[in-house]
Design a protein. Structure first.
Length: 231
């Protein structure tokens, strides 16, 4: 069994990989992990070395091998289009690897709907065709609220693609329309055989894209990370 980690600056996401099967790990606690037969940790990290070391100690796993994965020019039949491949965000790189494994020899549009919304295209030969980065649904809303004096929001997200009738619905509906509009524009610009949706807002956005060739893959990044495991 292997522990897979996606380590951000403020939080970590985790999954377990055993006998070819991925399973999410919603609670990352030392008590639980120390009862599991974890052989090694494979991780992607955008946080500082200090945060990484603190995590190793707090999880009680500093005695295990830790293998960091970074973006590459080429791996597992996927070719990175960046001139400086190491500058492609590792989450995007792992999403490309996961998508190519799940949908081999198909042209793909991969949408990761998290804090940032990223869109990447991968052709049937595994060539990365480039992508977009933009603020995600909640980040757009936060930006408007923080930069204006009389626009406010609420925690509950109830956006719809219709005109708003008060400040909150105008803000939420407008940001949803911007995100969905960007995804649809991307689909029209470089239509693929399959649209793959992942990230924290994936299930919220899915109903707005139901007419497209859409699948949701919540563990897509971990699917890519698991390809690096060397049993």
């Amino acid at each position: 069994m292997y522990l897979l980690l996606d380590i951000g600056n403020t939080r970590e996401k985790a999954a377990l990989f055993s006998a070819g099967t991925l399973s999410p790990l919603p609670e990352l606690s030392a008590d639980r992990l120390q009862r599991l037969p974890v052989k090694a940790v494979y991780f992607a990290c955008v946080a500082s070395d200090r945060r990484l070391n603190d995590l190793k100690v707090s999880l009680g796993l500093d005695h295990l091998p830790w293998h960091q994965v970074s973006s590459q020019a080429h791996a597992f039949g996927v070719t990175n289009c960046y001139e400086q491949p190491q500058l492609l965000g590792v989450d995007r790189w792992l999403a490309l690897l996961g998508a190519q494994q799940l949908f081999a020899r198909r042209s793909l549009m991969i949408v990761d709907a998290g804090t940032a919304l990223t869109i990447d295209w991968l052709d049937e030969a595994g060539m990365h065709q480039g992508g977009w980065i933009m603020p995600g649904l909640r980040l757009q809303q936060q930006s408007v609220v923080q930069q204006t004096a009389k626009v406010f929001n609420r925690e509950l997200l109830e956006a719809k693609i219709i005109p708003g009738i008060d400040t909150v619905s105008c803000l939420q509906n407008g940001c949803l329309a911007a995100v969905i509009g960007a995804i649809r524009q991307g689909w029209s610009l470089n239509q693929a055989e399959q649209l793959i949706l992942t990230g924290g807002d994936a299930l919220y956005l899915k109903p707005q894209l139901a007419d497209l060739a859409l699948t949701t893959e919540p563990l897509l990044i971990f699917q890519g990370l698991a390809r690096y495991i060397d049993p």
